[in-house]
Design a protein around this ligand. Sequence first.
Ligand code: GLU
Length: 415
Amino acid sequence: STAWNNYLQQLKRVEPFLDESIRDRLDFLRHPKRSLIVDIPVEMDDGSIQHFEGFRVQHSLARGPGKGGVRFHPNVDLNEVMALSAWMTIKCAALNLPFGGAKGGVRVDPSKLSKRELERLTRRYAAEINLIIGPQKDIPAPDVGTTPQIMAWMMDTFSMNAGNTITGVVTGKPVHLGGSLGRARATGRGVFVTGSEVAKNIGLDVKTAKVCVQGFGNVGSEAALLFHEHGSKVVCVQDHSATLYQENGIDIPKLMAYQQQNKGSIQGFSSSDEIEKDQFWNIAAEIFIPAALENVITEEIARNIQTKLILEGANGPTLASAEDILMSRDITVVPDVICNAGGVTVSYFEWVQDLASYFWTEDEINQRMDKIMREAISDVWQKASQNQCSLRTAAYILACERILIARIERGIYPG
Ligand code: GLU
């Protein structure tokens, strides 16, 4: 099953809950508005030229400029970027941010490039998608495999071509370059905020909960840290290099420090045991946080997993058919489009600050973000109770209503 196909199946589950007047417009969300595929020739350090394939998909611009990250990963393809862009459309609408949805990506393993090669690749990619991005058109941001430094290069390339500095063209930039305080930690923070709210609703005490985290990047590490700080036992952490287990809870600050001086990998951390990769989903824990890539929770995992709550730090980690099984087993899933929306929410603040050239304090940012996220999850919870549907379907209902009403009010050009 592909990511795009999974998105289509998620959309299908929403159909019966939509008012007739908008239900027949759902096809708008099944067709990305604009997809650009580019060739990125890069001069490598040894003098050879390598070609990389890059993408930028604008799934919907009905509610405002496109918004969404750029992924650098060896498995990136058009199908994946289409799905990721569609999830951004739903996410921004579910949070009621004034954006459409977009996503970009380059099929590359960034860990295999030197810093100079990475910069050349980034700048050429930015130049190739230059025509369709801009602060009022489409605003990229970090995703898997991209960093604030990469956003700085993209902002600089766009600005050099325009002849003046335009910070609002990308978000997730370094703080001294028009970046926002709190952006780097925002996604993990949102996972914790929405996760704790839902935990309360289902009578689960975070202070005594065991937690398993898949992915220890920007999202997984911050989410793990916050659960750890609030008394949870993070018993298992998995990244691409290793699966670490510690019955009494892994010392997360210590693991983060270890990872920093271990080239970004958690392998070899001495204060826990290394277990088989496949054992991850067999651990009994109240909370699971998939915070890596899509399509990891299959029907088989859904049938066997021993948990109460799944927090989707990643985009698209759960197959629609697997989610049906989780629902029948009374396992709650906080869907990506709400759970990991803290990142794009603070990206929205960053864009607003750049356009106004007026910057807020970290406290202001965190407070505003918490408020938006708490209200969003509470609306979604209510909608799900009313309709007896999953939290994902509830979030999609709210989002689809906003997008399709805007779509209908705008009408079709030419009329
Ligand atoms: N890549 C992140 C996401 O999937 C952030 C997007 C953004 O900040 O625009 O939500």
